[in-house]
Design a protein around this ligand. Structure first.
Ligand code: GDP
Length: 295
């Protein structure tokens, strides 16, 4: 479909060069390939168009027309631009609080509970933190069970209260519990619905206001493509979240959602999920993602 865009670009421009001068038209043709690759990778149309316009300006400014290896230069320009668009260097998370409170948000099925476990495991094993997981889904008992299973798997305590149907009260009690246990990180897993709705947004906004987390993270399934952008925008409007977690990147998606989300909400992508296991978590690296999108 979009096998190795880098090679394609290189060939397209190189062959042309052998037959005479490369023109602006050739560059435009090549940029069409770039745009097609971005669309195939599920990048929003307007974002892909703006992107290729910027690349065109840079390419013409950098003498692509006269260089000996125009393809390679084009690939470099495209890659650098993609990397910059996705956020420069990988950003960490704020662990300065005592305890640091991390609020997870996102739709049901996005991978929130799984990621809460992965993050707790990562912070415990890589950052020597003592995390507590808090189950704030008051609608689905199975979600509470799932968090307990995850906690057992990684050896992290889980706070829940099945008798209580007020998520704000549970979150607060969870934080108090963490203080009693001497935990320095509290990860709060919240309820999600299958689509954005007012009640869910009001609920998470209330939790957010009541506990004032150091980090509010928005979890999104990379496979959901364009929908991911609308969901990200809806959550950001309400929570003004600090970062994005892109899950299910072990699937066959190119990860274009990373570009679209970053362009629309302008928040850093902090981690990616690459599988169902607790170890399948990676810090987000924009340049690696650029490679993946370019193929
Ligand atoms: P939640 O409803 O947002 O809490 O989502 P869950 O954590 O329950 O995840 C929904 C499904 O996606 C589960 O079957 C998870 O095992 C799966 N899942 C979560 N993260 C990943 C990931 O990075 N890769 C894959 N392949 N599956 C994932």
């Amino acid at each position: 479909m979009f096998d190795n865009l880098s090679e394609k670009l290189d060939k397209a421009l190189h062959v042309l060069k052998g037959h005479g001068q490369i023109t602006e038209i050739n560059v435009a043709e090549t940029l069409k390939e770039v745009r097609r690759a971005l669309l195939d990778a599920d990048v929003n149309f307007k974002i892909a168009k703006d992107f290729t316009n910027r690349v065109k300006e840079k390419a013409l400014g950098q003498d692509v027309l006269t260089t000996l290896q125009p393809g390679q230069l084009m690939v470099k320009i495209v890659k650098d631009e993609l990397t910059e668009l996705m956020g420069g260097d990988a950003e960490g998370i704020d662990l300065s609080g005592n305890p640091s409170i991390i609020l997870m948000s996102g739709l049901q099925g996005s991978g929130k509970t799984t990621f809460s476990g992965k993050l707790a495991n990562f912070l415990q094993s890589k950052k020597s933190k003592k995390p507590l997981l808090v189950a704030c889904d008051v609608y689905r008992p199975a979600a509470i069970d799932q968090l307990h299973i995850v906690g057992e798997q990684i050896g992290v305590e889980v706070y829940s209260d099945r008798e209580n149907n007020d998520p704000v009260a549970i979150a607060k009690a969870g934080i108090a519990h963490a203080k009693n246990l001497g935990c320095n990180v509290v990860i709060i897993d919240t309820a999600g619905r299958l689509a954005v709705d007012e009640q869910m947004m009001a609920e998470i906004a209330n939790i957010h206001k009541a506990i004032q987390p150091q980090e509010t993270l928005f979890v999104v399934d990379a496979m959901t493509g364009q929908d991911a952008v609308n969901t990200a925008k809806a959550f950001n409007d309400v929570l003004n979240f600090d970062g994005v977690i892109l899950t299910k990147l072990d699937g066959d998606t190119r990860g274009g959602a990373a570009i679209s989300i970053k362009s629309v909400v302008n928040k850093p992508i902090k981690f990616i999920g690459t599988g169902e296991k607790m170890e399948a978590i990676d810090v987000f690296h924009p340049s690696r993602m650029a490679d993946r999108i370019l193929g």
